[in-house]
Ligand binder design. Structure first.
Ligand code: GDP
Ligand code: IMO
Ligand code: MG
Length: 432
């Protein structure tokens, strides 16, 4: 019995959704602690694919309490759509199953407009954001003019907050040469936001207190991260990052409970590397092998549909993620995708200006100059569809997975060899 944090150890899309779905079997509460609908977490059950953007990935297990924590930014329109999709499948809405933190911030339509307008203005220097308004919403939060969930459910407060922040939004839109919000648009936004608030009201509560009470009552809490360590606002490849902290330590802040509740730290990593959006990616394969990885791995964004950039596994980056998060357990996904590739390369260090570098550089200009120092691992053929134990895997596949965990100094707890629920070997359940 215990708690765990599940976080991405690379640039996002590591397969957190499917690992959270698996770990939810033993969890009572599953809570998202940061980010918004920039996330796209895929869960495949009996061949049916569900992509969750803001509702925690534990929702496909009936009876679990799903919580959207204080550190999240919530687009009410997207959340309501997701709730509707889940309702048609009899999974939601049930206020007893979904709680939205009253402290979580609201993504408003102008946040999306600013996000997109800025990207357009940046041109070739764009960040490659998801365009979901994440950065501008977190900016308003830090500037202390944001709207929180307890505001959106209060009819009287909505106009005042929207009018004040629309004024700032217009100055930003004008600065990037985009169309400012017209008065009638602002009034329509007020009406729409009030309607959203009314629908969401039954779900808004003191999420931190509920999670803390559940933990005190001996329930198992699973904290679900979004994005990945290298997209973390402080520690990622700044400025090519998201606008929130993605690392495990933030789970306590983003929920409103003490760090002693976090439990084991499950780092999810793909058996290779991908990145979507701009920014340096030292092991990127901008060649037919990269295209083959993308095709085999179905590497297209779960949120935007953009093709993901693909490359070899980067142990420099993974060692950094292990340290940043305090990873105790590795969940390695997509091992099946590497089957049939021939010899596999793994980056064990970088070479920068003729020097061998073992640490992940913080300066993206330096990271962009890094060339990988590769170690060759023997490739392997077919990986069984539903391996039951490591013994079911080809020896080279088993050795690849175990060596990665060993090099990171963590235990290999989960190994996934297919997208579906059950296509993973759980060597040790971190919540057991
Ligand atoms: P997340 O954002 O970390 O939850 O990951 P995404 O859902 O964005 O991307 C992971 C993709 O890989 C999804 O399409 C998953 O269905 C798929 N996937 C996850 N684990 C595996 C695996 O072990 N093998 C294969 N082939 N696909 C997987
Ligand atoms: P999940 O949870 C992969 C990337 C974007 C862009 C950068 C900033 O599914 O792993 P943002 O819209 O957040 O301001 O974009 O971060 N990004 C992700 N990449 N997976 C994600 O989420 C991502 N969320 C944001 O592509 O490079
Ligand atoms: Mg994703």
């Amino acid at each position: 019995m215990g708690n765990a944090v599940c976080i991405g150890a690379q640039w996002g899309d590591e397969g957190k959704g499917r690992i959270v779905d698996r770990l939810s079997e033993r969890a009572d509460v599953v809570v998202r602690f940061h980010g918004g609908n920039n996330a796209g977490h895929t869960v495949v059950v009996d061949g049916a694919t569900t992509i969750l953007h803001i509702v925690p990935s534990g929702v496909l297990h009936p009876g679990k309490l799903c919580v959207i924590g204080a550190g999240c930014v919530v687009d009410p329109e997207v959340l309501l759509q997701e709730m509707e999709m889940l309702a048609t499948r009899k999974l939601l809405p049930d206020p007893k199953r979904l709680v939205i933190a009253d402290e979580a911030h609201v993504i408003l339509p102008f946040h999306k407009r600013i996000d997109k307008a800025r990207e357009q203005q940046r041109g070739a220097g764009k960040l490659g954001t998801t365009g979901r308004g994440i950065g501008p919403a977190y900016e308003d939060k830090a500037a202390r003019r944001g709207m929180r969930m307890h505001d959106i459910i209060d009819r009287a407060r909505v106009p005042e907050i929207i009018r004040a922040s629309a004024m700032y939004a217009n100055s930003m839109l004008e600065a990037v040469g985009a169309e400012a919000l017209r008065g009638d648009e602002i009034e329509e936004m007020i009406a729409r936001t009030r309607a959203h608030g009314e629908k969401l009201k039954p779900f808004v509560d003191d999420a931190g207190a509920l999670v803390a009470d559940a933990a005190a009552a001996g329930k198992n809490i699973l904290f679900e991260g979004a994005q990945g360590a290298l997209l973390d606002l402080d520690h990622g490849t700044y400025p090519y990052v998201t606008s929130s902290n993605c690392v495990a330590g933030h789970a306590s802040v983003g929920v409103g409970v003490g760090p002693q509740l976090l439990g084991r730290i499950v780092g999810v990593a793909k058996a290779y590397a991908t990145r979507v959006g701009e920014g340096p990616f030292p092991t990127e394969l901008a060649d037919p092998l990269g295209t083959q990885l993308r095709d085999r791995g179905g590497e297209y964004g779960a949120t935007t549909g953009r093709p993901r950039r693909c490359g070899w596994l980067d142990l420099v980056a993974l060692r950094y993620a292990t340290r940043l998060n305090g990873i105790t357990d590795l969940a390695l996904t997509k091992l099946d995708v590497l089957a049939g590739f021939g010899d596999l390369q793994v980056c064990v260090a970088y070479e920068i200006e003729g020097r061998r570098v073992d640490r992940f550089p913080h300066d993206v200009a330096m990271l962009a100059r890094a060339t990988p120092v590769f170690e060759t691992f023997p490739g392997f053929g077919e990986v069984p569809d539903r391996p039951r134990s490591l013994d079911d895997l080809p020896a080279a596949a088993r050795s690849y997975a175990l060596t990665i965990a060993e090099r990171l100094g963590v235990r290999l707890s989960i190994l996934a060899a297919g997208p579906g629920r059950g296509q993973e070997i759980v060597l040790e359940d971190p919540l057991a």
